[in-house]
Design a protein around this ligand. Structure first.
Ligand code: TNX
Length: 536
């Protein structure tokens, strides 16, 4: 089967190869021995078979893609990333005659891996072929390729520079379909530029969902045209009293577009009925007594609630969900539902059920924190397990799917240790090894694997107010979650991961990511960074 795919791909390529064959006599190069299986790829692929030679990426290399605009975009994305990593210009679908080596990004329906995001990569001395069913699969494949293109060229094999990519075969596909990160832009606001930077790195590690926690007691961060005071009034505060901020719908659309270019969906969250102080400061008629509450810039939770028994509340929510859903192409809408400590139980039940119906009426699948399992919400909704095993068990009994975000393992705002500069520790401390060493597949008793959508790592922002602080908490732990999400458990191993993680330092430094340099990892900083450190 695999051979027949390869054969057909090769047939499709004959045209390109025959042009190439006419151009230059083949020069025999003695490539050094390589080992594709020991490359520092994260997340580790399903299957890697090395063939111990090299593809010499150089000025005569070109990228070709199947004629499909989404595949062409993947080709251009790869070309841009190669250019920014090693300053080499690799044209896409060029008709130039100097090409003698190709990277071919090929759409195929007959892939043996039956997953929409699966890809195969065949690397030989002359070509790199990436086969995928979808542009998303091809996009995941080129992330792997980016990781195995070395930073340094080999300048001894030919008169020009060559970057040696180890040859062999990679078969790969995700372990979980939903591979998420969450950013709380409500406690502190993060700019569109900050979110884009985060998305860039998430894409490199094959994440496919970014959940934005858009509203909370301390601020409302998304423009709603039919209720303008939400941002006129509700966006002007944040934890600690800073200036806050919000996304216009145009800003939000730009985030959605940028994420989609990276095959990542945005999951918008409007947290309710609790966590709604900012909304009720803007529109006091939404709360129980109709009085305007004081703005809130502290860090407490569980003191605010919408009134579940007022029609205007549901009219308001219908407008909010409609406006946000119209600019959110992803399938999910997160309705919050956590820590509604001052909402009566029966009101909470009524509220979540009604709001879930509103979400469904706008064509979205409702997602909520694990508390929603205590309501009559439909089993096609998704529960996000963060704290209560009991709630998770209830969700399983109802037949709901789960997103796993256990605070003890997956909360990026938990401190690494007692010396951590930022973060909280109400759940526990999460050093880098502990974040990686657990098995999501068996973490919740009685949860069948096919009911796990995947892991999402939330980053709550009470204690962080800028991108550097965000990076300190997120990196490197989030890289470990990428592997728990993408790679099968048989392939995951801390000792092996630790070495691959150490080798992410040059990438993180190139991206100017201020990661937490934990002593648990023997970081391999790049030559360039080393020179910089020596200078200062
Ligand atoms: C709990 S997790 C919360 C958030 C806080 C977070 C801080 C969850 C659903 N609720 O409101 O920001 O802890 O770690």
């Amino acid at each position: 089967m695999r051979n027949s795919i390869l054969f057909r791909t090769l047939l499709a390529l004959i045209g390109i190869f025959s042009i190439i064959a006419c151009q230059e006599k083949k020069v025999i190069i003695n490539y050094p021995t390589t080992d594709l299986a020991t490359e520092n790829i994260i997340p580790i692929p399903l299957k890697v078979t090395p063939t111990n030679s090299a593809f010499g990426l150089d000025k005569n290399t070109a990228i070709y893609t199947t004629q499909d605009s989404d595949f062409e975009k993947v080709g251009s994305f790869l070309s841009n990333k190669i250019s920014s990593k090693i300053d080499l210009d690799v044209p896409v679908n060029t008709t130039s005659t100097t090409t003698n080596k190709i990277i071919y990004i090929n759409k195929t329906d007959s892939l043996e891996l039956d997953n929409v995001e699966a890809y195969q990569m065949y690397i030989t001395q002359d070509s790199i072929i990436i086969n995928a069913k979808t542009a998303a699969g091809a996009f995941r494949g080129i992330q792997t390729l980016r990781q195995i293109i070395p930073e340094e060229s080999n300048d001894t094999l030919t008169a020009h520079k060559m970057w040696l990519v180890p040859t062999g075969k990679i078969l790969d596909q995700p372990n979980f379909e939903y591979r998420g990160a969450m950013l709380d832009v409500a406690r502190h606001f993060f700019s569109v530029g900050d979110v884009k930077k985060y998305l860039d790195i998430l894409a490199y590690y094959k994440f496919n969902a970014l959940h934005l926690h858009l509203t909370d007691d301390q601020g409302w961060r998304i423009e709603i045209k039919s209720w303008p005071k939400l941002t006129e009034i509700g966006a002007s505060t944040e934890v600690g009293g800073g200036p806050g901020g919000f996304y216009t719908q145009e800003d939000y659309k730009e985030i959605v577009r940028y994420a989609a270019e990276r095959h990542i969906i945005i999951v918008p969250e409007v947290d309710m009925p609790g966590h709604t102080n900012a909304a009720t400061v803007a529109y006091p008629q939404l709360n129980g007594n109709g009085k305007t509450p004081k703005v809130y810039t502290g860090m407490r939770v569980g003191f605010s609630t919408f009134d579940a028994n007022k029609d205007i509340v549901y009219a308001f929510i219908d407008d909010v969900v409609r406006e946000i859903s119209a600019i959110s192409p992803g399938p999910y809408f997160h309705l919050g539902g956590d820590e509604s400590h001052v909402t009566k139980k029966k009101d909470f039940k009524k509220f979540v059920l009604k709001v879930s119906k509103i979400v469904e009426s706008h064509g979205k699948i409702p997602v909520g924190w694990d508390e929603i399992a205590n309501t009559e919400i439909s089993s096609s909704s998704v529960a996000q397990f963060w704290s209560s095993e009991k709630n998770a068990t209830r969700a399983i009994e109802k037949g709901m799917k789960l997103i796993l975000s256990p605070a003890k393992k997956a909360y990026l705002d938990m401190q690494y240790d007692t010396l951590s500069k930022h973060g909280l520790h109400w759940a526990t401390y999460i050093p880098v090894d502990s974040a990686y060493i657990w098995t999501p597949e068996t973490f919740v008793k009685g949860l069948p694997k096919d009911k796990i959508l995947g892991i999402e790592a939330p980053l709550w922002s009470e204690t962080i107010s800028n991108i550097e602080e965000l990076e300190y908490l997120a990196f490197p732990r989030i890289i470990g979650y990428s592997e728990l999400n993408w790679s099968i458990k048989e392939n995951r191993n801390w000792e092996n991961y630790k070495v691959r993680l150490a080798n992410q330092a040059p990438y993180l430094e190139r991206m100017n990511v201020k990661y937490y340099p934990t002593k648990l990892i023997d970081w391999k900083i790049s030559k360039h960074t080393y020179e910089e450190i020596k200078k200062n």
